[in-house]
Design a protein around this ligand. Sequence first.
Ligand SMILES: Nc1ncnc2c1ncn2[C@@H]1O[C@H](COP(=O)(O)OP(=O)(O)OP(=O)(O)O)[C@@H](O)[C@H]1O
Ligand SMILES: [Mg+2]
Length: 257
Amino acid sequence: MTTDILKAVELTKAYGHIAVLKAVSLTMKRGETHAVIGPNGAGKTTLFKILSGEVPADQGTIEFNGQRVEHLDGYKRVRMGIGRTFQVARVLNEITVLENMLIAVEAKRRQSGEVSRWSFRIHPSDATLDEAAAQLASMNLESVATSIAGSLAYGDRKRLELSMSLALGPELLMLDEPMAGMSPSDRLAAVQTIRNVARQQAMSVLLTEHDMDVVFALADRVTVLNYGEVIASGTPEEVRANQRVRDVYLGHEDQHA
Ligand SMILES: Nc1ncnc2c1ncn2[C@@H]1O[C@H](COP(=O)(O)OP(=O)(O)OP(=O)(O)O)[C@@H](O)[C@H]1O
Ligand SMILES: [Mg+2]
């Protein structure tokens, strides 16, 4: 088995006459946490959409676990082990936090063959309930477990979405600004949870984030996009020391927080 979990080669995308991604390449080793950073409009979300199958690239190839996936629909990529969260949180707003989490945990248990049919609505098993409670606790969400998800503050919905994606246990998890809208203490808890889950489950994580404290606390490698082009890629230290990166992005970090 290849040690690369993801290999994107020269992905190119234009919307009309605007080139949003220009031959962007990105390779991730299994178990790696990789951050894509860059100014607003650099193309980070577009790259995530292309990797997850939400929009097609105009050109370029994507290998996941050694298999070409660029022609596969998004749901097939999810089945293969690619999970993602969205820049604007997506959870089921009409049901409770716990019910949202039960869906994620049960989906995971079904995927792994532990349960053969959906049962949580009628009678969730103790194992499903226990795991859902543990997942909520790891993201400090236990106090809002019985609240309707749509009534939560935005930062709490973000944490619920993140915690559901972690519970699903994908091989590769893509997080588009997972900490946006969270308080500093919730950010810290989320960083710790992502790091623990990634380590325990050997999960590979690709994230975009404007909070450089989060990036440098989590990422093994960093790729910097600017106007749809990769202008640097390397360890956090290498990227932080790169003059061009400082000029176009890190020099005015405050603006992007
Ligand atoms: N569906 C679309 N149609 C036309 N232009 C688009 C579309 N989606 C994105 N763009 C443009 O593509 C560029 C990159 O957008 P993208 O959302 O990928 O940036 P980003 O790096 O995620 O920015 P941010 O940090 O603000 O989230 C922007 O100029 C944006 O206006
Ligand atoms: Mg974005």
